[in-house]
Each structure stands twice: as C-alpha cells, then as structure tokens.
Design a protein around this ligand. Sequence first.
Ligand code: DGY
Length: 351
Amino acid sequence: MTREKNGVALPRVFVARRIAPEALAMLDNQAEVEVWEGEAQPPRALLLKQAACADGLLTMLTDQVDTELLSGAPRLRVVSNMAVGYDNIQVSECTLRGVLVGNTPGVLTATSAEFTFALLMAAARRVVEADRFVREGRWRHWQPDLLLGRDLHGATLGVVGLGAIGREVAVRARAFGMRVIYCSAHRHPDDEARHGLTWAPDLGALLRESDFVTLHVPLKPATHHMIGREQLRMMRRHAVLVNTARGPVVDQRALYEALRDGVIGGAALDVAEVEPMPPDEPLLSLPNVVVVPHIASATVATRTRMAVMAVQNLLAGLRGEPMPHCVNPEAHNVILSLQAKNRRTAPGAAP
Ligand code: DGY
C-alpha cells in the first residue's frame, strides 16, 4: 500500500546499499524506502525493477545508471550518488529526461588526500612488502641494505589534476618537504603562490620530472587510459605511480608490463580497471605494487558524511528544492518545460 503524508503519496526511494543509520533515518516519514541489504551491489535486474517504480535512487559508484535504466524508469526524478565521482551515471541522458543527479564533493577531500599519502608512503618505503617479509618468517637479521626505499623529502611529486583532492595532496606533500609540480585543465596561479607549486605545461613534462606521480582526474573519454605505454615510458625508472582516481585512467596491462620490465619503479592503486580486481590479475604477482580495494574515502566519519549528503541531495531534489550538490542543474529547465507541456496536454486544459 502506498504510504501518504498529509494526504499526499510519499515518494518511492530505492537505496542501493546499507548506509549510515543516521542518514537513513533522515528518510523516515519522507519517503517510502527500500534498502538493498546485500554486501555486493544489487543485481542489475533488481536495480532495473526498483528503478521502474522509483521517484528517487540513492546509488553507489558501482550502480550503472544508463539509458536502459532511465528508459524503464518513468517516475524517476532524482539520482543521488554517494560519491564525488559520477562516471557510473549517464548524466546527459538524465538531463534530457529531467532527472537531477547529485554527488558528494567536499566531505571526502581530506580523507581521500590522506589515503593517497598513505599509499605514497607505503610504496616509497615498501611497507606492505616489509610486512609480508616479517609474516613469512624472513626477518632473521638487521641488514644495512634490507628493504631500501626512497625518501619523499627532496623528491618531486607530480600531481595530475589540481582539483580539490589533488590540491590537498599537494599541500601535504609540501609539508613533507617535497617539490610539487602539477598539470591541470587550468593553470592555478593562486595555488602556485600560496603553496609553492610549479606548473607543468603538459603531462609529458610532468611525467619526465617526477619521482612520484599521483592521479586526481575524473574518468571521462578524455582521461580514459591517460596513462598508457607511451606515458609510462616517459616516467623515470624509479618513479612510483599512485592512482586513487578511477582505474580506467590507467591502461592496466601497460602498467603491469612497465612494472615487470623495470620501466617504472612501483605503483600503488586504490582503483582498478575492473573492480573488484580478480585474484589472478597479473599485477598481483609483482612485489612492487600495492593494491587496496577502493577505500580512499573509507573512514567512519567520512562515509557517514557522504551518506548524509547523498540523502540531503535526494530529499531536496524530490521536494523540488535546490540540491546541495547537483551535477546537472540544467535539468531544471527540462523539468520546467516538461511540466508546461503536461499542463498543456492535460484533460480540460485550455486549447
Ligand atoms: C568517490 O567518491 O568518487 C570515491 O571514489 C569513493 O569514495
């Protein structure tokens, strides 16, 4: 039975994963809610079925919102993604249909930057390899040349993409005594002056100069395989590549070959071309790679903030109020023209 509030049917919402209870509680009496309780993402058929009768979806980065889903979701008004990235959503298709899309920027910036730094340090100082060494019972002596790594201080970090997270990584690197160069869609003279960053005119220049390279670009057609065989060959032989952005930004096969053949020194990956990374992925056979399962924003506080923001976006969109973070505000114009058309074609409308 459809639930109502003040005689008006509550909007139907599908939440595609268990989220922080305080965020879920915000939906009480505001929507008729169904939550997918599975650990893995909802099966595609179930997502399509839920979307078919939903006014709002609260999605994760694993849930594909595409033409197929949108075509079968006539009531859908809001898709609220619990992530800053939204490459899992065909935003232009949402806009065409007057579906608002929300994301969760800002609340995960420092957390993701900290984790990028954790990976950078783990790779530079071979922390994961050293842990394995001890667990395998191989710590028999102290040796002057045991598990030698690389210093961060005095080294050059290349930041690809100076958005919010890239900037926070750069600031941390400066505090560690690193020289920081960056390349980005736009030059940022204020950040150069304020944080002592150096602009690299293009990706090649950055790759040739950096001891460590960290990626902070969104996934779009222009950034797909942005780091491929050719770019890896531009990097220094000891250089370490860190990816906390999106897996397909790096050609993973080319990365494997570069690491195997000593073209670069190491890599630390929070993301993969195919997630979850299969256990037989060749990269996992190499000692100079650290791989973790897409957890850069995974702290209790940050995931709670992301969930709360995703619910705020969802509720605002459903109420027709401005969403705190909407990635396609132009969808409002489509909504207005669809409403006008509906009024004109409604039974009894003035001819
Ligand atoms: C994001 O938000 O896009 C991250 O990849 C997951 O937190």
